[in-house]
Design a protein around this ligand. Sequence first.
Ligand SMILES: [Zn+2]
Length: 403
Amino acid sequence: MRKAQPVSEQPQHSNDRVRRSNLVAVLRALHLDGAQSRAQLTRRTGLYRSTIAALVAELIERDLVAESLPETRVGVGRPSPIVTINPRVVAISVYPDVDALIGGVVGLGGTIHRRWRKPLTAKPTPEDAVELIAEAVSQVESELGRDHRIIGLGVALPALVDTDAGSVTLAPNLDWHGVPFAQMLRDRLGISAMIANDAQLGATAEREFGSASGVGNMIYLNGSGGGIGGGAFVDGREMRGFRGYGAEFGHIVIDHGGEACFCGQHGCFERCVRRDALVAALGVDSIDDEELGELLAGSDDPLVLGEVARQVDRLAAGISMLISVFAPERVVLGGFLASLYAARREELVRLVAERSFTLLADRVEIVSGGLGSREVLLGAAERVFEGLFADPARFRSARADSE
Ligand SMILES: [Zn+2]
């Protein structure tokens, strides 16, 4: 379980600031780790029992949490009430990809209320995407009960995203260049909208709710048909880099003088470790990542074995470099990289160990992502909830107020 980090009750802090920080600590603890009794929250935060009671009362008043008595009594005396986050405070997450608009409604606590995938016949222009998202949001608004509150829209994009400006600098597969997408969405929809790189959001989701839950130092690598993306947490904080451009791990150069990449270099990681080459070696049409893993593991075709061996070797080279830079405790692999890992786990672990600074590599666990396609939905919602966690005291009940 993660340790909540309340601000100590010292006189130099203004009361208001301390109260707000503690409100966030309690809310985040309930969001990430589920329902807890007031007694557990007291132990976890190290705050006074009366302080926790007052903070919970404020969160109840804002309709962010609810309280109930436990069903079974433990020991003597008054049972400690159970505090639960309100999953009907929701974010709408969407992911415009080349062939579909994927979306979902995600509540506080990581509850996915609904998901959809609308196939597209052509890759969407930014204007198309705005209209498709507007349709989806309007449908969600009409379907959700009045007790749900939508606090914003989070959009994951297969793109280099300038998170400071809320604009898409380059989405090679969608063919978008310099698009002020967050502003376009706000203008059209009138609600708060956040945009970010899909793999960075995947890293956030795995770190909050998945295979690297609560791990302070982790790197995440996601492979899709479009390439390799990544994310990293360093000392418990997400590494976003200048304007949010960080963790473009797909473009570290693994093979000098290798195949040309759209980014202007040759031999990028994502040109060496490729989903399409694996699928071609298998001689199959379109398959999902799970099937891909099974076929790779089961094949004895020399062509497949050769391609898998080459890619596992290159994947190990990339991971080893990242281990030297980040000293992660855990490396999480998603998308088809998880399929490759599932098919050749021992070999990958051995190669990474051989090529890394031993003392660093000895401590690293390599795992596959636990959230699958839920990753981007949860990650995009987290960016929306960040606004709420920045200052829950500003949160009011009306929908548009949260902007
Ligand atoms: Zn590149």
